[in-house]
Structure formats: C-alpha cells, structure tokens
Design a protein around this ligand. Structure first.
Ligand SMILES: [Cu+2]
Length: 548
C-alpha cells in the first residue's frame, strides 16, 4: 500500500501567499449590467500560481453580503481536510466581514486545477485558475515550458445566483437557463447586444512557436467541446495528471474538469476562431451559444481573417463523447504503485435524478419535489455544524454511516429518494472501487462525479448495467487515466479505483450545480491509520464558527 500522496523530492520553497477579497462588482454582459460577487473585483478571479510541492496560504476576506467558502478544486490536501472547503461538510461559512486563511498543501498534482466558491451557487462568478508548475529541472522537458494562456469557460446568469440556488434547493425546480457563456469573461462575437457583437477574447501567437492552453470548464452545467480552426491540439494532462499525449481536432471537458493542451502555431499568418460548443446528453434545455475567441498571428502576411469555425462534434453525439472519454491513458503511471489491482472494496452507487417525498420535512412542498441521489439517498447538509467537526469531536446525530438501501434495491424503484446525511466509512488504506451506475436512463443525462481529497483511476466505463462478474474482466489495469472527475454517461456505468490513504472527511458530488442542490452528494470518512503520518492533522485554530 503506497503512502499518502507525496510530492516528488524537490527543494522546499517557502509558502506563497494570496489575498482573495470577496466583494460585489458591476459587469455588463448579455445586454444587462449586474452586480455580481467577485474575488478582487475580477471576473473570472485571479490566477494562483505555485510550484509543485509548495504550500499556499490563501487569505480570504469576505466583504460580500452572505457567507461563502472557497475550495481548491482537485488539490488532494493530504491529511488536511480542514482546509478543503465545502460548506457544512468540512467547514462552516466564512460570514460577511470575517476572514479565514486556507493552508493548501500541494503534493503530486501538476499542470492546471482551479479554485472556486463551494457554497450555494457562488462558484458561478467566484472562480479562477490554479497553476502548478514542475520544479525548474523538470520544466525544460515538460509541456509547461511553453508560453501558456488560461482559457476559463463560465456560465452567466441574468439572475442573482444566490436566489436561484435558494429556490432550487428548496423547491427542486428545474435549472434556470443561463443567459449565456463567457471565455475569460468575454461572451464572444456570436453574441450580439443591440445588433453589436459582444467583446471577444483573443490571444496573439508567433508563427512556429508552441503554446500551452490551460482550459478550465467552470460552467455550472454544460460539458464543452473546444477546438481551433486549422490547428491540431495535443492533450497532455487533465485534472492535474499527465496523459499519454494524443493529438486531436477537438477536446471535451465536463463541468469542473481542467485540461492542458498544446498546439503549434504553424498555419498561414492570419486570424482563426477558437470555439466552444456544448455537449449535452440530457433532455434538459441548454443554452446553445457558440462561444468564440480569436487566435491572432503577430505578423500577418496577409490581411485575411479565417472565418471558418473549427469542426466540433454534434451536441448530442454520445458516441463521440464516449470515444473521447475512453481514449485517455495515464503517462507516468502513478498507477504502478497507487492503483489497487487485487481484491477491492466495491461500492456501487446508483446515480439518479428522482423525487423527494416531503412528508415530515420542513421547507419542502407538500407535493414533493425533484431530487437527486446516490442509492436513493438525497444528501441533506447539516445545519448548524459540519461533518468534519462532528466526526473529529465524536458528536452523534449529525450524519449516518449506513446507506439505507443496497444498490439493487435502489435501482428497483426509481421514484422516491430519502433525505439524509449519509456518509460512507472507509478504513485507512482500503483498496476501493466505486462503480457509478446511471439509473435515470433518459432525460437527466450523464453526470461528472467529483471526489475531494483524492484523484482516482478510471478503470472501466461502458453502456448498460454493470455486471460484477463479467465487466471487471474488461478493466484497464495497465494505464488507466487518473482524474478527480469521472464522467458517467447517461446510459451506463463508470468504475474508478483508489487507495483510501488520505484520512479525513471528503465530499463527493455531481459537478452539475443543480444536481448537488437536489442532493446528488455524499461524503467519505476515511479513518486514521496506525502511524502518526496516517492521521488527520489536528483541528486548526480559527475555523469559522458555525451557526449564523
Ligand atoms: Cu449529476
């Protein structure tokens, strides 16, 4: 059993510090001026940049009108769940006029991750890139030597996102349709306001140079294809883990995923389209905006603009999405030591959108409401405390450690879910396999399923119902891709494996924001192991106090 995620041996750099001030700021997009919650007045927020293995101190000052939390998405935070971020799971809200410092430990992540708010729907506007560079001696042989640009794709609403999330969490109403999307804050030239194109993000390149794009899909609900006219892309990493590089006309990112892609500026010196186009295997209506940017050569020999869009697959082409998601392979296989290959503790989770029976529940309409669940448990956030606090202090009555139903039972009757704060307990070092099984074959579509505190290896993925006898025979146990978000397509199953070697409380949830609001979430409690470095760190001083 391997040790907890360690940074490869590199010189220890002193911690780097960032200040994030949460505050309202006005932005005009899609023909409306709105006051939105920002960090440092920016949309998207500032980049955080570190060297692998470095610790980051993030000082958050909340000058907003309501409480928030911040998550460093995809950082494993070894033994350090206290600074992971999800509201009422590992911490309580940072209330208005309060501050809190996150101590973020980077370990073996490389490339691009992101940070975002992890309370209500604040992440719609509070997010930014988190860049992890290799140490100098590795940099020169890595794709991170190239000049890079961050491409942050976001969803924009013409309503207050706090109001949207409060209504959805209470009434289970359907997703509020986005006003549109932005690339680094720009809607792009396919969006017009009073017949004038909205501003378009652009990057300038020199002919013959290689560039790195750090793509963050910060969208609330929308998977996205991305491509550049006439330029081939090479995928080198996703979710801060290297892949065997592969060349592709386009890439696909689920909400929450990050991807590092290189390309060579080797075309006629002109201007080309960068384009995002949504992928959606659900029947829920989606804003179909094409989101564009320009790639501009610095010394155009001809004053010609290439107006052709890059080819991107059809939005409802499930086969292409499946092919892309099953094509990925790890490069330096941490899987050599970190992938469980023998007996595993298998956790099958039926993943579905369903209904909540509101009998006996407050704040729930008597007619019932739409919900989402794992094994028909729709996750209820604790109220006046958080799960980590309850776990570390031995406070009972905050969460349950048993799931009411076996997956088979959960799949039998797909109508109603139960409301509960149910978590899954693991012993330190357990070799774990999670099989996500889509149950709502149909309109709900697929789910990007995200685990905090870990990355896992996707060993299998297919259509239909998982067969525990025959399907494991088809697993990739040689070079499965490592990730922190596994895609479950709407009609199948996805299997991931990891060793439970990071003690603490770790949230797991769908990265569609409405599905989390409806309860598609749970947490793993990984118990301490026998040695000192197998134990969760002690509770830091100054955690935000609970209760409003
Ligand atoms: Cu979902």
């Amino acid at each position: 059993m391997p040790p907890i995620a360690q940074a490869p041996t590199t010189p220890i750099l002193p911690p780097v510090e960032y200040k994030l001030v949460v505050e309202q700021a006005n932005f005009t997009k899609f023909c409306e001026t709105r006051s939105i919650l920002t960090v440092n007045g920016m949309y998207p927020g500032p980049e955080i940049r570190v060297q692998r293995g470095q610790t980051v101190l993030i000082h958050v000052q909340n000058n907003g009108a309501y409480g928030i939390t911040i998550l460093l998405h995809g950082l494993k935070q070894p033994r350090n769940p206290w600074f992971d971020g999800p509201e009422n799971v590992t911490q309580c809200l940072i209330q208005p006029r309060k501050n809190f410092t996150y101590e973020v430990i980077t370990s073996n992540e490389i490339g691009t991750l992101w940070w975002h708010a992890h309370s209500d729907w604040s992440r719609a506007t509070i997010h930014g890139a988190f860049v992890i560079l290799p140490p100098p001696d590795e940099l020169q042989d890595s794709p991170y030597q190239f000049p890079s640009h961050n491409l942050i794709f976001s969803t924009w609403f013409n309503q207050d996102v706090k109001e949207i999330s409060d209504i959805i969490a209470q009434n289970g109403t359907n997703i509020a349709e986005a006003a549109g999307y932005t690339l680094n804050g720009f809607p792009g030239d396919q969006v017009t306001c009073n017949n004038v194109s909205e501003p378009t993000y652009n990057i300038t390149v020199k002919h013959g140079e290689t560039y790195l794009l750090r793509i963050v899909n910060a969208a609330m609900h929308e998977g996205q294809y991305f491509g550049i006219t006439n330029h081939n892309l090479t995928v080198v990493a996703r979710d801060a883990a290297y892949f065997k590089p592969f060349s592709s006309e386009y890439v696909l990112l689920a909400p929450g995923q990050t991807m590092d892609v290189t390309f060579v500026a080797n075309q006629n010196q002109s201007q080309y389209y960068m384009r995002f186009r949504y992928f959606d295997d659900s029947a829920v209506s989606t804003n179909t905006q094409n989101t564009t940017g320009y790639l501009i050569y610095s010394d155009p020999v001809e004053d010609v603009v290439n107006t052709t869009f890059p080819f991107l697959p059809n939005a409802t082409d499930n086969t292409t999405a499946f092919t892309f998601n099953t094509h990925l392979r790890s490069l330096y296989s941490r899987s050599d030591t970190e992938l469980p290959r023998g007996d595993v503790k298998r956790v099958v989770l039926a993943v579905q959108v369903d209904y909540l029976n509101c009998t006996g529940l407050s704040d729930c309409p008597s007619t019932g409401r739409q919900a989402a669940s794992f094994n028909r448990i729709s996750f209820a956030y604790p109220n006046q405390t958080n799960i980590l606090e309850a776990y570390s202090n031995g406070i009972s009555g905050v969460y349950n450690t048993t799931y009411l139903l076996s997956p088979n039972e959960a799949m039998e009757n797909a109508t109603y879910a139960y409301h509960g704060t149910n978590v899954i307990e693991l012993d330190y070092g357990d070799p774990v396999e999670i099989v996500f099984q889509a149950v709502d074959f149909g309109p709900a579509g697929g789910h990007p399923l995200h685990l905090h505190g870990y990355s896992f290896f996707q060993v299998g993925m297919n259509n239909g119902t998982f067969n525990s006898t025959t399907d494991p025979a088809s697993y990739n146990l040689d070079d499965p891709p490592e990730m922190n978000i596994a895609v479950l397509l709407g009609s199948g199953w996805t299997a991931v494996r990891f060793f439970a070697n990071n003690p603490g409380v770790w949230f797991m949830h769908c990265h569609f924001e409405s599905h989390v609001s409806w309860g598609m979430a749970t947490a793993f409690i990984v118990k301490d192991g026998p040695n000192e470095d197998h134990k969760m760190r002690a509770r830091p001083k100054g955690m935000p106090s609970c209760g409003s």
